[in-house]
Design a protein around this ligand. Structure first.
Ligand SMILES: Nc1ncnc2c1ncn2[C@@H]1O[C@H](COP(=O)(O)OP(=O)(O)OP(=O)(O)O)[C@@H](O)[C@H]1O
Ligand SMILES: [Mg+2]
Length: 380
């Protein structure tokens, strides 16, 4: 069994006063594909390297299966890691590159041959086995690097941004291959990236990190739909979620959001959750994703008038950059297919447009704690 458990794991590097990882507490299930995502410097690689045994753990416990591995050497842990900057041996063939880790373990030639050909088959590089690395494309090299890890048949795969050196097309292809690979070899994967698409598509669950802390853990859909805090809300999604100053008004258990002269009645479900969390009338930061803002071509009751600052044409959609009367900026994402020619012309710089929000698409955050007032009290 290859579950991986981190209990209150901390990391302080000797030459660094600041803690790089604060209190990492997570149980990764056997065969799960877990993605660690977060901005540069948030502690993703450090966490992965501690699991691999390449960095010491300053405090807390790491278990692989039922074994505490804190004091075990990397090679005793039954894990294998693909690095950001992988290196192949340049002067030997792909076959020998794949066979090398097995020879080091003094495995018999027959078994080596069986494993190498199987892995080459899984990764679609059988035809390249006789070539040396400089005779391969970038994607093929990457597959050999991954192959070198797979041949060892470890209980846990650790991958630190393995696709970051590839161009977009290759990255997309390798991403799909990794999904298929996980299905085929059915092993625990812990994968580090700062790429949202990779995190959303690959992860059974994703762990959003910031500044050495776990901000939220959940399935990609959960984390996207119900961000528990301002950081997670702003980190996932492009363009970023809009954040607007607003007031939440509690009128005997019926809640409305008031902003820029309009009022939005919240749904029964939202009101019940707010009552449950004992939320009173207060200032809030209102979060709304650009794709959830409705643009109107005429004023309506409860719509906000905005000035168009910029219209970014992205092909199948438009990104409208708006400024409201209180000078707050709002971005709206509109599918172009729904727009007439006249409407498109109307959506140009300097013109006015009205916007409304659907209550179900609103996220309510406390400005001080930065927690979601509806979900923020739940566990990470
Ligand atoms: N060997 C080291 N010695 C001292 N501090 C380090 C060391 N390695 C990393 N750090 C610090 O620890 C923090 C976390 O670094 P880490 O490499 O884990 O971030 P990351 O999330 O992987 O970032 P990136 O996306 O840029 O790879 C950073 O502040 C970094 O400066
Ligand atoms: Mg890193």
């Amino acid at each position: 069994m290859a579950s991986v458990t981190l209990e209150h794991v901390k990391k302080v590097y000797d030459n660094n006063y600041e803690e790089s990882v604060h209190d990492f507490d997570l149980e990764i299930k056997d065969k799960e594909f877990i993605v660690l995502i977060g901005p540069s410097g948030c502690g993703k690689s450090t966490t992965l390297r501690m699991i691999a045994g390449l960095e010491t753990v300053s405090d807390g416990i790491i278990k692989i299966g039922d074994r505490i591995v804190n004091d075990l050497e990397p090679k005793e842990r039954d894990v294998a890691m693909v690095f950001q900057n992988y290196a192949l041996y340049p002067n030997i063939t792909v076959y020998d590159n794949l066979a090398y880790p097995l020879k080091m373990r003094k495995m018999g030639n027959n078994e080596i041959h069986k494993r190498v050909t199987r892995v080459a088959d899984i990764l679609g590089i059988s035809a390249a086995l006789g070539r040396i690395p400089k005779e391969l494309s970038g994607g093929e090299k990457q597959r050999v690097a991954i192959g070198r890890v797979i041949v060892r048949e470890p209980a846990v795969f650790l991958m630190d941004e393995p696709l970051c050196n590839l161009d977009v097309t290759l990255r997309n292809r390798m991403r799909i291959e990794l999904m298929e690979l996980h299905k085929r070899i059915d092993t625990t994967f812990i994968y580090v990236t700062h790429d949202q698409t990779e995190a959303m598509t690959l992860g059974d669950r994703i762990v959003v990190m910031n500044d050495g802390n776990i901000m939220q853990v959940g399935t990609p859909q959960e984390v996207f739909d119900t961000p528990h805090n301002l950081f997670t809300a702003g980190f996932l999604g492009y363009p970023k979620m809009n954040f607007l100053r607003a007031n939440l008004i509690n009128d005997e258990g019926s809640y409305t959001v008031s902003l820029q002269g309009i009022k939005i009645q919240l749904s029964d479900e939202q009101c019940l959750a707010l009552i449950d969390n004992n939320v009173k009338t207060q200032e809030i930061i209102l979060g709304i994703r650009p794709e959830h803002v409705t643009a109107l071509f005429e004023e309506q009751e409860n719509s906000i008038e905005c000035l168009i600052r910029l219209n970014e044409m992205m092909g199948s959609e438009l990104h409208l950059h708006l400024t409201a009367k209180n000078s707050e900026n709002i971005i709206v994402r509109l599918p172009t297919i729904d727009l007439t020619k006249e409407q498109r012309a109307q959506l140009s710089y300097g013109n006015k447009v009205h916007i409304t929000f659907h209550p179900n698409a609103l996220h309510l955050f406390d400005p001080t704690t930065e927690k979601n007032l509806i979900y923020g009290n739940e566990e990470k």
